[in-house]
Design a protein around this ligand. Structure first.
Ligand code: AMP
Length: 251
């Protein structure tokens, strides 16, 4: 498995790739089986699979959240090597944002709702980094999880709006045995909150309406940011203490 930390080295490797298709899985590391399901889909559907690990500072709306974000690159690389990934791209923020973040991708409608309404600038950061990474990697197929459903929709729409030559592939949410969607942030939960956290998925699935789900969650001790039904899905974000959890289900 090749590891690239410099953009120049990555680009010369990229230039030499002839056999396709090329699959790409962008991540922020702290890899878990949810990430690995994207990697597996890419390995099955492509001749080469590239994974990026980049904790994107621009998508964190709270400084403390960025500083505390879990990072264990040794364990990440071991998992990717075992999975059979061809190359890992781990660029430095100074290289990715050499322009000082003067240039951004801004979506002015859907990105302002749901998570965007509670996390100012979050989706500008997400779309900008995904655009930059896709331009650097130039994959045929790029893999994103349905767990971050609003993000997935926005990335799909961006790729279409800018005629980007990439297929955006959606992968189903991978869950713990009790239904909790796997997330790097789950490790912040202590045992009591971890047990409570499973109610998020249960409430979304079992309730008949979004407002019923909100009531259930509030009753279970969640601080609810939103529960909304949008084109056949029920999406929610809710906090347990300082940990913000998101999830969505088909309705
Ligand atoms: P992150 O490292 O959190 O930025 O996630 C990288 C990619 O993995 C994103 O496309 C996420 O939607 C996806 N992902 C994260 N958790 C899960 C999960 N539990 N199931 C499926 N995909 C996931």
């Amino acid at each position: 498995m090749k590891i690239f930390t410099s953009i120049a080295q990555w680009q010369s490797f990229r230039k030499a790739i002839q056999a396709g298709p090329l699959g790409f899985v962008p991540t922020m590391g702290a890899l878990h089986p949810g990430h690995l399901s994207l990697v597996k889909a890419s390995l099955e559907q492509n001749a080469l699979t590239i994974v990026s690990i980049f904790i994107n500072p621009k998508q964190f709306d709270e400084k403390g959240d960025f500083k505390a974000y879990p990072a264990d690159f040794t364990q990440d690389l071991e998992q990717l090597e075992n999975a059979g990934v061809d190359a890992v791209f781990m660029p430095e923020a100074a290289q990715i944002y050499a322009d000082g973040y003067r240039f951004k991708v801004i979506e002015s409608d859907f990105s302002q709702r749901l998570c965007g309404a509670h996390r100012p600038g979050h989706f500008d950061g997400v779309l900008t980094v995904v655009m930059r990474l896709l331009n650097l990697v130039r994959p045929d197929n790029a893999y994103f999880g349905e767990k971050d459903y609003q993000q997935l929709q926005l990335i799909r729409d961006m790729a279409a709006a800018f005629f980007m030559p990439v297929k955006i592939v959606a992968c189903a949410t991978v869950r713990e045995a009790d239904g909790l969607a796997m997330s790097s942030r789950n490790q912040y939960l202590d045992a009591g909150r971890r047990a409570q956290a499973a109610s998020l998925y249960a409430a979304l699935k079992r309730s008949r309406t979004a407002s019923e789900a909100r009531k259930i969650l509030t009753g279970k001790g969640f601080d609810v940011d939103y529960v909304e039904d949008i084109s056949g899905r029920r999406l929610a974000a809710a906090r347990l203490g300082n940990t913000r959890l998101i999830d969505n289900v088909e309705i």
